[in-house]
Design a binder for this molecule. Structure first.
Ligand code: NDP
Length: 264
């Protein structure tokens, strides 16, 4: 478990991650592993920022000399509204997870990080993908997957949210989850509540890929294994977005393998 700093008490450091809750973030260990591998002496802290205090907290961290901050749930859209120079991608997604405090620049490395993981798993453009869920992370995927050449459909418990994303980003809306695709991506937080999604796994293709954005062996991945699918959890995505943030801040080729190893 990390040492957690309330933002008002955060000591001067170089980088950090803000969120609420933040106890379970693996970003500090991942970035420190990268610094150690490259003999860099930066410090990266986990900082607790309650809802409603994001702008004030970021101003304070900027004044303390923090160079960059990662942003996690539930602050990514607030972080974008704090930024004075968000890039096109973070503006399109409506969320920023990577900030440069001195300049007010912002980007989103979740979406390109996700594309990196698909490429690493040999999922080629043209593959069919079903996104389950229509929250913040589904939105980041919806904003980049069609443009990268994937055939994307979306289902969500609350149909209107999925329909909205489908209209905005050119996806196919499913009123029922149709599992007959090359890749199934679970972006819902149903597993956190111990709830099973209403999926007819008999319709899934054996050998296709089930991808859960949550970490570890989730109920979704248990089912996928039972029905003969390949599986991947959220750790490669965490490492990929972290590596892209590292590179965006420092302009140095990140030690991606070291970063993934540090969060296993
Ligand atoms: P949001 O709160 O924005 O969205 C949650 C989604 O889950 C909504 O579509 C919601 O549906 C759905 N949902 C919640 N409960 C249930 C349920 N019981 N049954 C069916 N659907 C349900 O969350 P995020 O998109 O920000 O994050 C989703 C997950 O992804 C989290 O577990 C998060 O930790 C993980 N994540 C992992 C990352 C990584 O680096 N690996 C990066 C980003 C996220 P409805 O609209 O109907 O409420």
């Amino acid at each position: 478990m990390n040492e957690i700093f309330p933002w008002r008490d955060a000591p001067p450091a170089n980088f950090g991650v803000i969120g609420d809750p933040i106890e379970h973030s693996r970003s500090p260990q991942m970035h420190h592993a990268a610094y150690a591998a490259l003999s860099l002496s930066y410090r990266y802290l986990a900082i607790h920022v309650p809802v409603g205090e994001v702008h004030e907290a970021l101003d304070s961290l900027a004044a303390k000399g923090y160079r960059g901050v990662n942003v996690t749930v539930p602050h990514k859209s607030e972080a974008l509204s704090w930024a004075t120079s968000p890039d096109e991608l973070s503006s399109r997604i409506g969320a920023a997870n990577t900030l440069e405090l001195a300049t007010g620049r912002a980007t989103n490395t979740d979406a390109p990080g996700f594309l990196t993981t698909l490429t690493n798993m040999n999922v080629k453009p043209g593959a069919s993908i079903l996104i389950l869920g229509a929250g913040g992370s589904a939105r980041a995927l919806a904003a980049v997957l069609p443009a990268a050449g994937y055939e994307v459909s979306i289902w969500n418990r609350t149909h209107a949210r999925a329909r909205h994303l489908a209209d905005e980003f050119g996806l196919r809306f499913n009123s029922e989850p149709v599992l007959d695709t090359d890749v199934l991506i679970n972006t819902t937080s149903a597993g956190l509540q111990g709830t099973e999604l209403p999926l007819d796994w008999k319709k899934a293709r054996r050998g296709s890929l089930a991808y859960d954005l949550m970490y570890g062996q989730t109920p979704f991945l248990d089912k996928a294994i039972e029905f003969g699918l390949r599986t991947v959890d959220g750790k490669p995505l965490l490492a990929a977005q972290g590596a892209l943030s590292f590179e965006w801040w420092l302009g140095i080729n990140p030690p991606s393998g070291v970063m993934l190893e540090a969060i296993q």
